[in-house]
Design a protein around this ligand. Structure first.
Ligand code: MF3
Ligand code: CO
Ligand code: CO
Length: 267
């Protein structure tokens, strides 16, 4: 019933696809700019300032600033924070893992991506969690073919993560994007029955952004700020995100640059 009512995601034409590529290319260059700064001793507010200033200097707009009341220009999620961590005066410490999630609006079009960084020497569990999270994103990208099902993404992630003993977050999903931050289709990162009906037609643009937990899959949002989502058991969590355009030839990862971690990267 619900899926009958679900609106169809927009199918982008040649000109629109070029706009999407431009937005994601800028966002990825911004990630390239930020990456070397994500080290022990920097505060998450300082990371936010780097993102904010670079975006404005290039004439673009940080998508998260003011989005549903979100107060900053990126999300910085440390250790047990699953997503939507708000930059503040917290100093990154050796042994932390931190996800930096950046979204830009370029001429009205959105690009969205995130990476998890290891700060200095981290525990073997943390390293392995980050590795599995990165690898499961690429496993799901390999499952993409023109007109495949959204379901295939969650299935590929599940098949990859299950044997590791880690768990997949269910309360946050990937999403369609284009001239909106979040639109259809919703992209569950685990096998959801309803996602068998959603077809990824050439011209569809969406994110895949698995959040993988060391322990239980459950999350809770901090009632004090309404944003910061933590694992319910306060164990570690990691995430990677790319914006992807389905084309007639297969998936195109729009937020990849030469400087960023490539498929097969060893953390
Ligand atoms: N960038 C996040 C995503 O991948 C959304 C952040 S919304 C915010 O969908 F308001 F928390 F910033
Ligand atoms: Co994001
Ligand atoms: Co996203």
């Amino acid at each position: 019933m619900e899926s009958i009512l679900r609106s169809r995601p927009p199918i982008y034409n040649r000109e629109e696809r070029e706009k999407l590529r431009e937005a994601s290319r800028f966002n990825a260059q911004l990630m390239d700019y930020v990456r070397p700064h994500v080290k022990a001793g920097i505060t998450t507010d300082e990371i936010n300032t780097l993102v904010h200033d670079y975006t404005l200097q290039h004439g673009h707009v940080p998508a998260t600033l003011g989005y549903k009341g979100y107060p900053k220009s990126c999300c910085t999620s440390i250790n047990e924070v699953v997503c939507h961590g708000i930059p503040d005066d917290t100093v990154l410490q050796e042994g932390d893992i931190i996800n930096v999630d950046i979204t830009s609006i370029v001429n009205g079009w959105y690009g969205d991506q995130s990476e998890t960084f290891l700060i200095g020497e981290v525990s073997e569990t943390a390293r392995r969690l980050v590795q599995v999270t990165f690898d499961c994103l690429f496993a799901s990208i390999h499952a993409l073919t023109p007109n495949c099902k959204v379901y295939d993404i969650g299935k590929a992630i599940y098949d990859y993560v299950k044997p590791t003993g880690f768990s997949i977050v269910r309360e946050f999903q990937g999403h369609g994007l284009g001239r909106n931050f979040h639109q259809d289709p919703g992209i569950p990162h685990y096998p959801e029955k309803y996602a068998q009906r959603d077809v990824l037609r050439p011209g569809t643009c969406f994110t895949i952004e698995p959040m993988i937990n060391e322990g239980l899959f459950g999350t809770e949002v901090d009632p004090r700020d309404g944003w910061t989502a933590r694992t319910i058991d306060r164990k570690l969590t990691a995430q990677f995100e790319h914006t992807i355009l389905m084309t007639e030839e297969g998936p195109e990862i729009l937020t990849l640059t030469k400087e960023g971690p490539q498929e097969g990267h060893i953390f």
